[in-house]
Design a protein around this ligand. Structure first.
Ligand SMILES: Cc1cc2nc3c(=O)[nH]c(=O)nc-3n(C[C@H](O)[C@H](O)[C@H](O)COP(=O)(O)OP(=O)(O)OC[C@H]3O[C@@H](n4cnc5c(N)ncnc54)[C@H](O)[C@@H]3O)c2cc1C
Length: 207
């Protein structure tokens, strides 16, 4: 995050008493990395960091939706490359039986009974013969599997939003919406495609 920026950001859902809303005591108010947002991006990064950098590297993920994956009614087409990533993270096996393979998709601008149906776009990509190029899956199921893997990998989960931060050259002082404070070496904005944290940090996107 850009140094010396301060901002306020609020999540859309509130935490409940049943879900962890405080930083675990053993972290003593510090975490090597703090990830704001527990969607596909945030959880995948959290698990990968723990697996790659070892148990002494502390990773914390804050999201007001922690423990509420079932509320996400969206479904996503997970392409072959991210599916392989979820396999490498040890998550895909937990959802494979519920994922519906997509074996072919052809984009055309014609009617079903037209004699000639020109193909404008296909989605083959770099896949093995017979390998699905994507799988449809409910977001909630995949996030629940990611959350379970994150917990077993030792990621600290906090059911609240990142509300404020002040970045310095040596780290970031973060305030959570529940009022707790965390000092982190890196704050990651994984709070969705229209990330308010990214925007308030002044990080541009191009699309
Ligand atoms: C209708 C629809 C259909 C889509 N279909 C597909 C598809 O088929 N295939 C596909 O690949 N993509 C699809 N997408 C896009 C896909 O959902 C997103 O690209 C993907 O979910 C982004 O993941 P993410 O982890 O970045 O963000 P999200 O899944 O949006 O997660 C962001 C998380 O951040 C949390 N949050 C927000 N603010 C804060 C804060 N201040 N502090 C802490 N946490 C915060 C939120 O509670 C949320 O849990 C679709 C999107 C929509 C809207």
């Amino acid at each position: 995050m850009t140094p010396n920026k301060r901002f306020n950001a609020t999540g859309s859902r509130s935490s409940s008493a049943e879900r962890p809303s405080n930083l675990p005591a053993h972290l003593n108010g510090r975490s090597d990395v703090l990830i704001a947002g527990g969607g596909f991006a945030g959880f995948a990064l959290a698990i990968a960091l723990r697996q790659a950098l070892g148990v002494n590297f502390t990773v914390t993920l804050a999201d007001p939706a922690v423990g509420q994956a079932g509320r996400d009614v969206r479904a996503s087409a997970i392409a072959a490359a991210p599916r392989r990533m979820f396999e490498a993270l040890g998550v895909w096996a937990a959802v494979a039986d519920e994922a519906q393979p997509i074996l072919d998709m052809v984009i055309t601008d014609s009617r079903v009974h037209d004699a000639v149906r020109p193909v404008f776009l296909t989605f083959g990509g770099e896949i093995e013969p017979g390998e699905p190029f994507a799988h449809m899956i409910e977001n909630g199921r995949l996030v629940a599997a990611l959350s379970a893997k994150a917990v077993s990998a030792g990621v600290a989960l906090i059911a609240t939003a990142v509300a404020d931060f002040a970045a310095e050259t040596s780290g970031v002082n973060v305030t959570l919406r529940n009022g707790a404070a965390i000092r982190t070496r890196l704050l990651v904005a994984a709070d969705g495609a229209r990330s308010r944290l990214r925007e308030r940090a002044g990080i541009a996107t191009y699309g």
